[in-house]
Design a binder for this molecule. Sequence first.
Ligand SMILES: [Zn+2]
Length: 510
Amino acid sequence: MSNLRRFPALLLILVLLPSGAVATPQTYEADLEMVSRIRDEGFERSELPDTLSYMTDVLGARLTVSPGMRRAQRWAIGEMERIGLTNIEIEPFMDYGIAWSNDYVSLHLLEPDYQPMVGYPLSHTPGTDGALQLDAVVVDSRSLAELERWRGRLAGKAVLWTPPAVIDLDRINRGSPSRTNEELRELAMPAPPATPRTRPEPGPDDLDDGERMAFFKSEGVPVLLESRSGWPGAVRGFGRPGTKVDRWARQESLDSLPIVAITPEHYNRMHRIVSRGIDVRVEVEVRNTIGNEVQQAANVLGEIPGTDLADEVVMLGAHFDTWHASPNASDNTSGVAVMLEAARILTALGAQPRRTIRVALWSGEEQGIFGSRAYVNRHFGDPASGTTPAYEKFSAYFNQDYGPGKYRGIYLQGNEAARPMFEAWIAPFRDLGVTTVSIRGVGSTDHVPFDGAGLPGFQFLQDRAGGTGGHTNMDFYDTLPIDDLKHNAVVMAAFVYHAAMADQRVPRKD
Ligand SMILES: [Zn+2]
């Protein structure tokens, strides 16, 4: 709408050079007419709830290279076509390992009191040999001497092999996930030095989980039960011990014991009964499909083509892969839906960005940030080992992966030079609570490989997620803050649009 007034937000930045001379002031402005149109499209005609519902309800979990992931990637390509992206491709990036999926779980406490239990197998473990009714024992020590005391007494027993889970009651009692102004002020400042995490020192004869599992297998144990979740009602289960070393290999997966992670309440109940010296009997049946051959993991990419600066690139992305015990609505289905919705908003508005805007839906993030790292290596390189021509032409990457909480600002990732731009671009969202440009750097997700290669890569500062967390069996559509995610898609669309239109690329760290 051309009759909308433009309110350029001017920021004058005076940079004192070492000589004391004053550099040319730089001005950045938000395109308020475009921001207004993005807000209108993103809040009044949002397709994000429908996208999120389809992804969580119909597509479900997306473990890297699993059949569910393949199906979801085919859907993503159709979705990118539907919203008008171009150059859409599935780009393989590594020989990953075998596919694995869970087909069936049935888990019950039979004695001393019947109760159905909630559990889920760790990935890349085999199923059980049918439905097994077993006595349970607790062998949760890591000490070889302690294990030796059990030699010859474990055949045919279900072994509870982790200590009782400690439930974090603060998670229930925490109240509002919104960040207070005081918290935001603190987050804007450099992070205080981290207190190193203290882990109990392993004893001289302590075994790791792989060694313990080998012992239990040699003793004829048919299944291991565990709980490592501190979250009420939630199963947290990841990959079999050793997968990172054997690279999700078929033989090691077949050779593993079945391992079933259980909610802390159900697991702890069994643990306490056994510890009283009262017999616990369980029934467990697990069926899994273990793939035959190594599969290539792949990222999905699509673009809004640029115009006069088409060879320069602005990227937005989120990891498409999830752990396997739920659709992982928060981690990171919400991030993927935000990226697709941000791109949809821009194509719906007929945006003609100067730079190319590229959407990336990564894979292999949960196992070690593999997809985005391989992408950065292949397409941009890094100064230590050599860069590609695309390296210089790259502007910035924007990521979401800290749950579904509302954007309240952005982390500069230590890149003070980007502050004036980001201050200008968040200015039109102050009324929505986006206020904070923090100098801090944050980690653990897909902007890290960009940052590590010296490319501008950013993660937004988000409200904490309410409801259940990621990596659990309890992460569904119902606990997503849908309005906050619409907000995130609007802010994301505006950021990538401004980055694609600015007179210069997002500056890099010194
Ligand atoms: Zn994640």
